[in-house]
Design a protein around this ligand. Sequence first.
Ligand SMILES: [Zn+2]
Length: 282
Amino acid sequence: MEKFRLLRSLLLEEQVIQPQQIHSPLSIARQDLERIHHRSYHEAFSRDQLTRPEQRRIGLPATRPLVQRTWLAVGGTLLTARMALRHGVACHLAGGTHHAHPEFGSGFCIFNDVAITARVLLDQGELERVMVVDLDVHQGDGTAACFRNDPRVTTLSVHAASNFPLRKVSGDVDIALPDATGDDAYVQAIGDRVPQLLDQHQPDLVLFNAGVDPHGSDRLGRLDLTDAGLLRRDQLVLDAALRRNIPIATVIGGGYDAMKPLVRRHSIVVRAAVEQARLHGL
Ligand SMILES: [Zn+2]
């Protein structure tokens, strides 16, 4: 849990962002959470009544602070999306729990913040089409499952083919990369595809999971990107959306390494967003 606080401190210390640019969310409303998650599941989680296998599948203990953070983080993604709709781009310093399915959690993911956010904004008529660009090294199986029957949402997942989850849930577009894919091959794999998909689907909002676990020193990733490669990746996605006047909201997604390099790595997407906002006159 420390990484969230440290990320905020790092961004302020290095003056990537100013204090007045930080906004604090409210916890997600229950009725909004239930647009994706079954009541029996979220109640069991919040009351610490999940079965042992259900808890093991998530891999985190249901402590009180974790329950609070989980509801709050989803509210953060929704707020970030609304800020992006207003300003063009906004970044969440948490979020990206894409293995969460409607009726169960998995792989450190409890609620699917990006899916809930998309569903709330669509249901409330704030937009008509959303694209999820999920570049976390693990496949976005939960998000794909949430939108299997929702043509308003296009899901793109770019991930390591051999990585968790073993059983992938097909999304609209899945790009599975071989182990040890490096910066150039990675950027080549998404460089034409992301702009092409934006032109094809013309979403009103992009929700971008900028997980840093494709990094070469990540403990759970199997790809071989460098910090510079992650920066190029994030610039590419942000630029592709902003040059089409499509608002884009980012979430940090996964990352598993020693705290210090990890926090710095998660700051890359925010640095890229600040730079791209300036370049696009936002
Ligand atoms: Zn991941």
